[in-house]
Ligand binder design. Structure first.
Ligand code: CUK
Ligand code: CUA
Ligand code: CA
Length: 645
């Protein structure tokens, strides 16, 4: 409807550019579907000459967005690292990378997957090695208080092995990982944003987790080929204990997850309501769904014992399938029809609307929160009536961010654009108001955006300053570095009527989603406390070698520029545990500890204690050395391990 408004140039997609970017994808959309289009698109991009860079004027930065040497950024950007398995922290607007937090991966910088403490969090196989060493992080979200971030934890998913990790905001380290039972392809996640109604209630945040891939339940080999026997589960994890509270059996699949500001609803978009097992069969119906969960009713059903369990798992599983939830007044779930293979669902900062993008449909569906609640009261017959607008906004709409003025910013994967549109205007247009201007602006991004998100945009304090477009292809935007390109995160100033491209930030593959958090919300500790580590060595007189049969414990202290021992001896075949406490109290004075040929390498930050365990199976002299430049005598900071034959 607004697509071809001749009075509004923003409503008009640039067809020439679309053809250049991706003609195959257009054909794909009209015909066989997006997947075919994507293949064509990638091939075409590889063969096509590099497009001209964006006009310099558009790319020129302006003073407010510059962070001069010595100045600090205004925002933290917590970013998923995709199949690197990590979480990253950037500063915005500078785009400077501050930290890579190892989560599901191994990381030899800090010794994640090397130390006993990190292995305890990762989980181990019977031989003591980490259970999994890969992960795929897509979505990072922080805990809430009063509708905004509380600076306590962030949560991140692992799509590969179906795990949820928690990262403490005070140390910015992962402290817990939970494996979700009976699911595969854990994709979207979101903590609930409910405010504690009453301070006396011991309230803990729920973290909602959507499983994208359906599997046989239980997945123990009894059913393999027959896809009609597969199911997905929607999971709720307790943020404090990190235990799984409950799961919901559903029809179709889960994808992205959003949760309401009042704690009543959480939802997931569904692209495979067909419950197909082959991609071409996942695009057969015109309407898929956005699936809403009634949190209170689910928890009541669990309390009332109306659940089953699956396989070895003790987690209560309630029935959220369509057949079991035909009566809205008792339903746990509400399936809202959404066109076609939707991707992404985001809630507006006023808590009133969910926006679910069409992906294979050029539309964004606006769902009214209060109408979904009314559906659950039986006041609305047809679940489709909760959709109160469905503007056409462009091709391949995926994710939406919001400002503080009622505008939505949606990434258009196929158009390689961000489209700015007004939610209230879309509702008016839907109700027949032909004068309503829905699409307000479009800006080209480079290229093929996935997630887009605004500063504080997932909170009530959305401030309308910045939008970041995490793009899936960078092509010509940076110096070439071989076949694996950097990705681009483009910073867009959204404070004015027109969106302004401010900067291209290169990002290491493969960012999916971020949250942009005001810096005053985050309070970190800069040194640890000796007392928080049960193994800490608190006195030099305790440093030494302790033997118990074939088990040897070596207690060490680091204080620049020396370790507490010059050498220690063990025997071939001993199981050696090294415990290292960093006595230095000076901020930033981190030491490392590496043992050649034994594959040991880890860090100890000020006042921190870590340990490693290994079998001394190679006789000889081994120089244990400090890996982290700490002092003028850093190179001299080394000691010998003797392994006697
Ligand atoms: S998904 Cu990546 S573009 Cu994993 Cu959040 Cu939509
Ligand atoms: Cu201690 Cu380098
Ligand atoms: Ca579908």
């Amino acid at each position: 409807m607004t697509h071809d408004d001749p009075k509004n140039p923003a409503s008009k997609p640039d067809l020439e550019r679309r053809r250049f970017l991706n003609s195959a994808a257009l054909t794909g959309l009209a015909g066989a579907g997006l997947a075919t289009g994507l293949t064509g698109c990638q091939q075409e991009q590889a063969a096509a000459p590099a497009p001209a860079a964006a006009p310099m004027a558009a790319a020129a930065s302006h003073a407010n967005d510059e962070v001069a040497p010595g100045q600090l950024d205004t925002y933290y950007d917590f970013c998923s690292g995709g199949h690197s398995g990590e979480v990253r922290i950037y500063g915005l607007p500078s785009g400077r990378l501050f930290k890579r937090i190892p989560v599901f991966n191994m990381d030899c910088l800090v010794g994640w997957g090397v130390t006993n403490e990190s292995k305890a969090i990762l989980g181990t196989k019977p031989n003591g090695t980490p259970k999994y060493t890969t992960g795929d992080t897509h979505h990072v979200h922080q805990t809430y208080k009063d509708g905004t971030y509380d600076g306590k934890y962030i949560f991140v998913n692992d799509k590969i092995h179906g795990r949820l990790a928690r990262v403490r905001m005070d140390t910015m380290e992962c402290d817990k990982i939970t494996e979700l039972p009976n699911i595969q392809g854990f994709h979207g996640t979101f903590p609930d944003k409910r405010d504690p109604v009453d301070a006396s209630i011991n309230y803990t945040t729920r973290v909602f987790c959507g499983a994208e891939f359906s599997i046989p339940l239980p997945n123990d080999g009894r059913d393999l080929e027959d896809g009609s026997k597969y199911h997905s589960l929607f999971t709720c994890v307790d943020s404090e204990s990190m235990e799984v509270r409950w799961q919901v059996l559903i029809d179709g699949n889960c994808d992205l997850v959003a949760s309401s500001y009042d704690g009543k609803l959480t939802c997931t978009n569904q692209y495979n309501t067909e419950m197909a097992v082959r991609y071409q069969d996942m695009m057969t119906v015109e309407m898929d769904a956005c699936l809403f969960f009634n949190v209170a009713r689910i928890e009541q059903a669990v309390k009332d014992g109306k659940f089953t369990t699956i396989g070895d798992s003790k987690v209560p599983v309630v029935d959220g399938t369509r057949g079991a939830n035909a009566d809205p007044k008792t339903a746990l779930t509400c399936y809202v029809p959404i066109p076609k293979n939707p991707h992404g669902v985001n809630i507006s900062p006023d808590g009133k609307y969910y926006v679910c993008s069409g992906k294979l449909s050029p539309t964004a569906s606006v769902i009214a929160h209060d109408l979904v609640l009314k559906w659950f009261e039986g006041e609305i017959k047809d679940a489709r009536e909760v959709v109160i607008a469905e503007p056409e906004i462009g091709l391949g709409p995926l994710h939406t961010g919001f400002d503080n003025k009622g505008n939505a910013y949606t990434t258009l994967f196929l158009d390689s654009q961000i489209v700015k549109w007004n939610v209230e205007a879309a509702i008016k247009a839907h109700n027949g108001d032909t004068a309503a201007t829905v699409v307000l602006d479009r800006i080209d991004v480079h290229y093929q955006p996935g997630h887009g998100f605004t500063s504080m945009g997932e909170t009530r304090e959305s401030d309308g300053k910045y939008f970041v477009s995490d793009n899936k292809f960078s092509k010509d935007r940076f110096l070439p570095v071989g076949p694996l390109h950097a990705e681009t995160a483009q910073l867009i100033d959204i404070s004015g009527d027109k969106m302004k491209l401010v900067a291209d930030h290169s990002v290491y593959s493969e960012p999916h989603d971020s949250i942009i958090v005001r810096r005053d919300i985050i309070k970190t500790r800069q040194i640890y406390d000796l007392d928080e580590f049960p193994l800490a060595i608190k006195d030099y007189k305790d440093s030494g070698v302790y033997r118990d049969g074939k088990k040897v414990t070596v207690k060490l202290i680091s204080a620049a520029p020396a370790f507490s021992l010059d050498e220690f001896s063990v025997k071939k075949g001993d199981e050696v545990t090294i415990i290292l406490t960093n006595f230095d109290k000076v901020e930033d004075l981190t030491h490392g500890f590496a043992i050649p040929k034994y594959d040991i390498n880890f860090l100890v930050n000020p006042q921190e204690t870590k340990s490693v365990t290994f079998i001394a199976d190679k006789p000889g002299v081994y120089w244990c050395y400090c890996t982290n430049f700490c002092h003028a005598l850093h190179l001299e900071m080394r000691m010998r391990m003797f392994v006697e034959a």
